[in-house]
Design a protein around this ligand. Structure first.
Ligand code: DLZ
Ligand code: SF4
Length: 507
């Protein structure tokens, strides 16, 4: 064979640029389950099963297309992608290696060193499966003092002609329907039951393997229910469009006791590993709206996430790496409490968000941002540790998407490069958005005292200790002003209670 084409565990689509021009006669394709990728954080077992099983199914699909596929399974003990490549080059006699640029900076740097270490040539191709290339984002960013997702998103809407009327203006006359997409949850409607994906023998084998090799990683595999092929992922997405999209927008920001996934799409993991394509899902949702299956606000909310935020965070990542990972606006350095790995806390909202994250590898946006992330922001947990936790725990987490969302958006570690204000909130916000508080031992209306919701004193503690910084933020200045006007006795009592919470809650 002439060329070895390496396909990574999150590049499983036929649109992957290394496969587009592949020739079964001349080329050989390599997929490898390796210790280094499976071990650089304590990945959720759902994530490992998803990736390994999807890799194995994809290898089968390539073989059915006539390709010569080299597949290294985890129990062969291959240490790294480099080792797998070295072996496959020697075995196949190929002279060149072709790979699509990886989604993580650490792996790109590593791959850039391969050429010098191997006999053959190494070509790293751009990943064109995104709707905004790294260069597109750079030219958008060039000369802007501040980045705002909203403006990036509007350009993307125009560029891809999504939700535009015949004059090229936004449908309904507005670009942004966020205000219609943030109802609180009081069990207003029934949450539809999600169909499970059948587990075939390939997935069953992988589950067994992962249970053997990763006994200490989080993830309750008896609940594994993810699609591992593009056909099944599409069927899950079709189900969403039929049964959940109708309520998706309204309850996008809601927090529910009774369901871990509410009306959410649950497709980020499929988009991120290549089983679904971003433009196709946006178009399908636009059609659903045009056919009357959901509100304009709901369709806009969905498309904003995929066409806007998802592309924007990737742009920020490649724009700001490698220094980005080291940023830490508030010098947050408290160690992650051990219960982040068990969910064992009396704070009901937080316990539920942590538990489902660990058990299922999934939590929706508001749980990640306003329950877990907000807690980490208010208590000043170590930015690096929190980022590693998110990278490990979620099935859809790859650094290009995880780092800007965690370090930038949730922890404001980048001084607002990513989002215009810190997403700090008290228990009042969590109470408004959902029904956890009525099942909680704490009271969201109290700020001090044994029954007070910890988020309340922690919120003011955060405002107080970072007032000099926050006062300069146009969206936080008023809050700081209001805090300073409160009677000093009140402030002192709240800060002292916050100190006590910090001293006791973070074991
Ligand atoms: C996340 C992951 C895991 C758990 N295992 C593998 C693997 O064994 N082989 C592989 O090719 N990819 C794996 N991945 C995905 C890679 O880590 C991913 O390609 C990089 O993080 C770049 O986004
Ligand atoms: Fe969460 Fe506070 Fe409500 Fe309890 S009272 S569920 S800790 S917001």
């Amino acid at each position: 064979k002439q060329t070895l084409r390496l396909v990574l565990g999150d590049q499983l689509s036929l649109a992957n640029p290394v496969l587009v021009n592949a020739d079964p006669e001349r080329d050989c394709i390599l997929l490898a389950e390796v210790a280094e990728e499976a071990g650089y954080v304590k990945h959720n077992r759902h994530k490992i099963v998803l990736i390994f099983s999807a890799m194995r199914h994809f290898a089968e699909a390539l073989r059915e297309r006539g390709f010569d596929v080299v597949y290294r399974s985890f129990d062969e003990g291959v240490a790294s992608l480099f080792e797998a490549v070295e072996g496959a080059l020697a075995d196949s006699g190929a002279e060149a290696l072709l790979v699509t640029a990886p989604g993580e900076y650490r792996l790109l740097v590593e791959m850039q060193s391969w050429g010098a270490k191997l006999d053959g040539s190494v070509v790293i191709q751009d990943d064109d499966r995104f709707l905004s290339s790294v260069e597109d984002f750079e030219s958008w960013a060039d000369g802007r003092k501040q980045f705002r997702m909203e403006y990036f998103y509007r350009e993307m809407r125009r560029r891809y002609n999504l939700l535009l009327d015949s004059d090229g203006e936004p449908e309904g006359g507005k670009w942004n329907y966020d205000a219609d997409n943030r109802s609180g949850w009081r069990s207003q409607v029934e949450v539809p039951e999600r169909p499970s994906v059948a587990i075939d023998t390939i997935t069953a084998d992988v589950i067994e393997l992962v249970e053997d090799y990763f006994p200490d990683n989080p993830g309750k595999l008896s609940d594994f229910r993810l699609a591992v092929t593009s056909v099944d992922a599409q069927a899950q997405f079709d189900w969403f469009c039929h049964y959940a999209l109708e309520n998706f927008g309204t309850y996008q920001d809601a927090l529910a006791e009774e369901s871990p996934w509410m009306f959410h799409g649950l497709i980020s993991m499929y988009l991120n590993i290549g089983l679904l394509e971003p433009l196709a899902v946006c178009k399908q949702v636009e059609s659903a709206w045009r056919e009357g299956h959901c509100s304009l606000a709901g369709a806009e909310g969905f498309i904003r996430q995929v066409l806007g935020w998802r592309e924007y965070v990737r742009g920020i990542y490649w724009h700001a790496m490698p220094g980005y990972a080291e940023r830490n606006t508030f010098d947050a350095s408290r160690p992650l409490p051990s219960w982040f790995w068990s969910g064992d806390t009396d704070m009901r909202c937080l316990s539920q968000a942590l538990t489902q994250s660990l058990d299922l590898g999934y939590a929706h946006h508001i749980q990640r941002l306003m329950v877990i992330g907000n807690f980490a922001l208010l208590t000043g947990l170590d930015v690096g540790e929190v980022c590693d936790w998110y990278l490990a725990v979620y099935v859809d987490a790859f650094e290009w998407v995880e780092l800007p969302n965690t370090l930038g958006m949730a922890l404001h570690g980048d001084k607002g490069l990513m989002a215009s204000k810190p997403y700090a909130a008290s228990g009042k916000y969590i109470q408004r958005q959902g029904n956890h508080c009525s099942a909680c031992r704490y009271d969201p209306k109290q700020t001090t005292g044994e029954n007070a919701c910890p988020y309340n004193s922690l919120y003011w503690h955060f405002i107080d200790r970072h007032q000099d910084y926050l006062t300069k933020n146009s969206r936080m200045g008023l809050i700081v002003g209001g805090w300073k006007k409160r009677a000093s006795d009140d402030r002192q009592a709240i800060v002292e209670w916050g100190d006590r919470i910090l001293a006791t809650i973070l074991d």
